[in-house]
Ligand binder design. Sequence first.
Ligand code: PHE
Length: 342
Amino acid sequence: MLKEKLEEVRERALAAIRDASNSQILYEVKVQFFGKQGQFSALMKEMGKLLPEERPVFGKLVNEVKGALEKSYQERETALKSAELDAKLAEESLDLTLPGPEAPALGAQHPISMVIDEIVAILARLGYAVRTGPLIEQDRYNFEALNIPKDHPARDMQDTFYVDERHVLRTHTSPIQAHVLETEKPPLRIIGVGPVFRCDSDVSHSPNFHQIEGMYVDAKVSMADLKGTISHFVKEFFGKELKTRFRPSFFPFTEPSAEVDCQCPLCSGRGCAMCKQSGWVEIGGSGLINPNVLRHAGVDYPRWQGFAFGFGVERMGIIKYGIEHIGLYNQNDVRFLRQFST
Ligand code: PHE
């Protein structure tokens, strides 16, 4: 009786295992037959009804059936799980036609470094090499070496941040000239570049800005060399035929000195808001190096003579790119900066 029941449970269990179409259903089959309330357990409880001598024989049979069922269960489970994994992998396979993840935003060169690089590139083709110097400068390099003695009224041209009695935040890049004249031998063609500081702030002035200047020292140097160099530079930098003109001026470290103007690159000299309808814009200062500066640095004058010129970097960008306000350079507004990314 019980033996037949066991046979029957075995057949049904085998069929259920075989028919289970996924591992979840298979698991339910396991619970249904072997769980605490399962059909197999129910059968075990009935074992108590058997005669004692019948029990070992039946027990052995039960174990055989149980073993066979476990084996087929495991085989089915392995087969189902691997089929399910294959299906899952097939479903998850890469769709190469989908758009890629959004590219990370690219950074861009700041317009100040861009203008510096553009200027350096042009002068480098003329044989100039870049030099830098300290931002906290000794008074004697920022002023004395450049023929600006203490208490000289020319110091008023540059509102100075004093660090202590002997040090200032450099007010221009010209002290780089003084360092180079002291440490390097002529002939010289150098570019001095970097931040400078002045106690001065309004729409067109910022207390810190950048300058770039050139210094040329050779055996025979005249204003014609200076004019030729700057005229060439202006055409290269603005990318068009623009005239350059000199206006007499004064700097303690150059003699003669000249303010440099070029035709307004925005309107090509016709007159516009940027050049205040004059057709000309001022781009910097220049002149022949004052013999006092050369002698102060120990350079043998007149055997060696030179010219120098200096531009404001921000101002050059304003003129070339029509930047409206010097403050834009420091605001780091990406909408402004992105206009310069190439
Ligand atoms: N150093 C001057 C300034 O800052 C500019 C300049 C440089 C003038 C070189 C002449 C020669 O105003």
